[in-house]
Every structure is written in structure tokens, then in C-alpha cells.
Ligand binder design. Structure first.
Ligand code: NDP
Ligand code: 8X3
Length: 251
């Protein structure tokens, strides 16, 4: 099975790459940081004898996305599973103080990037015996929280796109899986707070957050289900979290 993972250099995407490499699947890894991609590709090859190929690509850039799939076609590589994981949050400000640049980056990555990759991947997936798309949305797509505004909107869009894909690709035999994680300790908050590591660390203090590996296990569960089984929608929370804003912190 060939699995394409966007955002494979960190957090959920990296943990998923490791888990699927350990299961012997061929991986197609996409992200922007080339040095990390090289390092991860080599380490997966060394540790798991993994067959993988990687592409430096910014999913916000439609031409770069198209180039990746042209190269896949030239290499005669198919795609059985697409994991739309690349995504980010920028800022945590009330809407009246939001920065245009942050809004554009979130919408361009989490919504337009997901669409660009999916559009290019569909012709490849169509040749698979069990085409599967996994979209990593978020609890932020279900519950709005203070200052989440544009990030919540982008994840809500990702969730609605999962439903739309399930409808439109139904006649083509696609499985579409939507995954909504709660608080997962990754580089997510560091990116959200523009590199402020101290502020990022505080998000995960006083309770046990989820790990990228926890979400990877859930992705694997859904992808590895029998071919006729579609885990259409999954929400995964750490035990301490009840909603987007209720977290039992022992501080
Ligand atoms: P990380 O910041 O650890 O990982 C994000 C990954 O996305 C990185 O590999 C990054 O790679 C990649 N990425 C970001 N922008 C782009 C881009 N424009 N083009 C290509 N790759 C890109 O965060 P997470 O692992 O936590 O996030 C993964 C997904 O999970 C995101 O969609 C996020 O919204 C979602 N999520 C996260 C939760 C959390 O609490 N952490 C909870 C719910 C959902 P690079 O910088 O090398 O491009
Ligand atoms: C990431 C989880 O609650 O920070 O999507 O939005 S949250």
C-alpha cells in the first residue's frame, strides 16, 4: 500500500509516517523543511527498511503541488491512501485584532492546500483497489473557542470538505475519514505563537495531553479497518479535556 502524508516533518504527520513505515508501507512524504525530510526519510529507511520518497512542497502553492504529482506519475507511483495532515494555526487574537497575514496563511494551508493536494491525488487514488482519504481537521472545527476564529473556521471547512468528498466520491468507491483531535503536544502551539516556546509549553502544563503517536494509532485503526468499513468521523480527546475550553488542569 502506498500512503501519501502531507506535513510529515513533525507531530502527527511524523508519528503517522513512523507507524506506517513500521508496518511496511511505501510512503510519499511532503513538507516544506527539506533538511528534516532528508533526515526522516533516511531514518525510516535505516530503522524499518522503509521504501519512501519525499518532496519539498508548500501546499499553499498550487504549482508546487502539481509538480509533486507530475513527478509521482513519471516515477509510476500510485497512491492508495492520502493523509491531508499539513496544517497550522497562527495567532490567538480576538477577531478585531487579527492579522491579515495570519488569516491568509491558515486559510491557504488548511483549506486551499488541502484542496490542491486532494484534486491532484484523486486521479491516482482512482486506480487503487480501496482509495482512502484521511482529513485531519480538529475539535476546533466542531467547537468555536475564544480567539480561535479563523483557525476554527478553517478546520470547520476541512470537516465540511470531508463530508463533501464522501458524497461526491461515493460512486467512485472512496472511503473518506475525518479525524478531529483535541489537545496534542506537537510543534502546533509553537507555530501558533510565532516561536514563543515558553507560551507554547504552558498550553500542555497541568495535565497529560495527547501525543502525535496517539493520533497515529487512531489513523491506522481507521485506515486498516476492513475495506467495507468507513470510520467516517473520529473525535479524540485526552482524558483531561471535556470541550475545547474545559480542561482539568492541576496547576
Ligand atoms: P506540527 O506543527 O507539529 O506539524 C505540522 C506539519 O505540517 C509539519 O510537518 C509542517 O511541516 C507541515 N506544514 C505546515 N504548513 C505546511 C505547508 N504550507 N506545506 C506543507 N506542509 C506544511 O503540528 P501538528 O502535528 O499538531 O498538526 C498536524 C495537523 O493536525 C494540523 O492540520 C493541525 O491543524 C491538526 N491538529 C492539531 C492539533 C494539536 O493539538 N496539535 C489538534 C487538532 C488538529 P513544514 O513546516 O516542514 O512544512
Ligand atoms: C488544535 C486543537 O484546541 O488548539 O486544533 O484548536 S485546538
Amino acid at each position: 500500500m502506498n500512503i501519501l502524508i502531507t506535513g510529515a516533518t513533525s507531530g502527527i504527520g511524523l508519528a503517522t509516517a513512523r507507524l506506517f513505515a513500521s508496518k511496511g508501507y511505501t510512503l510519499i512524504l511532503i513538507a516544506r523543511r527539506l533538511e528534516k525530510l532528508k533526515e526522516i526519510s533516511a531514518s525510516l529507511q535505516y530503522t524499518y527498511k522503509n521504501n519512501n520518497i519525499f518532496f519539498q512542497c508548500d501546499v499553499q502553492n498550487q504549482q508546487q503541488v502539481e509538480n509533486v504529482f507530475t513527478k509521482l506519475k513519471n516515477a509510476n507511483l500510485g497512491v492508495d491512501v492520502l493523509i491531508n495532515n499539513a496544517g497550522l494555526s497562527r495567532g490567538l487574537e480576538p477577531i478585531q485584532d487579527g492579522l491579515l497575514q495570519d488569516w491568509e496563511e491558515m486559510i491557504d494551508t488548511n483549506v486551499k492546500g488541502l484542496l490542491y493536494v486532494t484534486k491532484e491525488a484523486i486521479p491516482f487514488l482512482k486506480s487503487s483497489s480501496n482509495p482512502t482519504i484521511v482529513n485531519i481537521s480538529s475539535i476546533a472545527g466542531r467547537w468555536v473557542y475564544p480567539n480561535g476564529n479563523v483557525y476554527c473556521a478553517s478546520k470547520s471547512a476541512a470537516k465540511v470538505l470531508s463530508e463533501s468528498m464522501r458524497v461526491d466520491l461515493n460512486s467512485l468507491g472512496f472511503r473518506v475519514i475525518n479525524i478531529d483531535p483535541g489537545l496534542v503536544e506537537t510543534e502546533f502551539s509553537e507555530v501558533r505563537f510565532h516561536g514563543d516556546t515558553e507560551r507554547a509549553k504552558k498550553v500542555y502544563e497541568g495535565y497529560e495531553p495527547l501525543t502525535g503517536e496517539d493520533i497515529a494509532e487512531c489513523i491506522d485503526f481507521a485506515v486498516s479497518a476492513p475495506p467495507n468499513v468507513v470510520i467516517a468521523d473520529m473525535m479524540i480527546l485526552p482524558k483531561a479535556q471535556a470541550t475545547a475550553t474545559i480542561v482539568n488542569k492541576k496547576l
